[in-house]
Design a protein around this ligand. Sequence first.
Ligand code: PBG
Length: 328
Amino acid sequence: MAFPQTRMRRMRSSAELRGLVRETELRPEKLVLPLFVSERGPEREAIDSMPGVERLSISAAAREAAEAASLGIGAVLLFGIPAHKDPEGTGAFDDEGVVQLAVRAIAQHAPHLPVITDVCLCEYTDHGHCGVLLEDARGALTVDNDASLELLARTAVSHARAGATVVAPSDMMDGRVGTIRAELDREGLHATPILAYSAKFASAFYGPFRDAASSAPAFGDRRAYQMDPANGEEAVREALLDVQEGADMVMVKPALAYGDLIQAIKRAVRLPVAVYNVSGEYAMVKDAARAGHIDERAVVLEILTSLRRAGADIVISYHAKEAASWLT
Ligand code: PBG
């Protein structure tokens, strides 16, 4: 039927009709709040590049998690900032490490809140790379894939033993999902799901995070293990490989420039897909809002809804608390 029989405006004429035909729902339970937990330092410490986000002590993180739970947020995602760093990132798999202690503290304060832990070495290594280093034939330092796998698997097991609900490897080493699954199973941790950061790009949008977690690489960059932002087919392949290796959920990261891949991966994997609305994306919105250029609330809800529309089941965002409070 052609115009004027077809009038798309008919179903937009009132808030009630718009509600009736709205395709995408954004609810607090679909949101995940990242938390930075620091082993040292004050209870709460502002992060300059991320207005409204703080580095938290273990007890402050537990209180923050309880607040997230009371807002109906679906889960928290923990990042640890250790007091001590070394070449192998041993703090990552220390059973008394900062994330392990935070997981236990959160279990006390918010017993039903799912706790996802980021599994990576970059916050724990003194060189800031996501695995252990190896000198290649020409004398250049590279990240040793297979040696890193063992440490990543130890980290995941340690997190799961501490009570993490879900482990989320973000290192981009090949084979880490399979290795982690095998180690978890060997330890009897069959029930712990893996959320794989499958399509994680070597992005300039991580700048504020690296400042927050002091995890910027001391030399070079992450392009030899994180993905090239130009590659979409490869992102789908990464996700499919992680599914084969036993991932229970997969992730696309960053979010805003990668909507096509959220959709493509959602169609390909037939598993829950998470998207990570990263630190640089958050900082841009906060700065534009502070400058009075945009309506923060409207922009945030538009962004988060668009990620759900693109196909994300789960949206990880530093806006989660504010968004949840606006949605309830
Ligand atoms: C690495 C990790 C990073 C982020 C999450 N996990 C940083 C990186 O790869 O350099 C970025 C998150 C953000 O920017 O909000 N463990």
